[in-house]
Design a protein around this ligand. Sequence first.
Ligand code: MTE
Ligand code: MO
Length: 249
Amino acid sequence: MRVSRRPFLGLIAAASLSGCARIATSLTQNQRVHALLETPERLNLAILGAGQPLAREYAEADISPTFRHNGFDPPASEEYQRWLKDDWRGFALRIDGMVDQPASFDMPSLRNKFIRRSQITRHDCVEGWSVIGKWSGVLLADLLAVARLKPLAQFVVFHCMDDDGTGTLYYESLDIRQAIHPQTLLAYDLNDRPVPAQNGAPLRLKVPTQLGYKSAKHVRRIEVVASLGGSFGRGGYWEDQGYEWYAGI
Ligand SMILES: Nc1nc2c(c(=O)[nH]1)N[C@H]1C(S)=C(S)[C@@H](COP(=O)(O)O)O[C@H]1N2
Ligand SMILES: [Mo]
């Protein structure tokens, strides 16, 4: 099967890895891109991402006048408050675990070195409300392509900075297939403005194909792992309280 599909693999890989191509070129590491395009594992990643059903996208006119917020309060730590006031100077997103290239990215590099992707999608909370917003940011697949998943990587865990008031931090997880879905976005803008603190500044996941609780706010670290369980409980804060890990809509 894989062999007979090969003629168009390259095209799809080239399209979905273009964000990576841009950052790699800016680092004058063309070799890395070529390696990505030529490695069967990377091509399979692109194919998995490209073949999935898409969430509906809306028009600008459909955007809700106010995007409500829900969940824990934004992080109260001095560090977070300082970053918020200081335009995120000193803040960096960490990506590590089962990747070949663990890395940290500050906000300017996420904004400037990766292709900006936008989507107008609906957010559905299990509590029974929905809002439509325009999200812009980095496609998670582009970030994972730069970090380069190791062969046994199976899940991506999102570590957040906010807690439930008792010190238990919010976290979430996706499997690799969901993580590289072409609409799974690490968003830095909401409706063309930096994501407000209440909606998850400076970076929040937007997974429009799944219920709201999968869209982790205030993401600080992305950890790629081989399995959930153990210290990852059932794969998310709400999952640990009994919600389903799979929240597809
Ligand atoms: N870090 C973090 N992410 C979170 C939550 C939270 O409390 N903390 N709440 C979740 C839930 S249940 C919903 S509905 C959405 C709410 O996103 P919003 O505040 O931007 O509307 O964020 C999700 N992600
Ligand atoms: Mo929610």
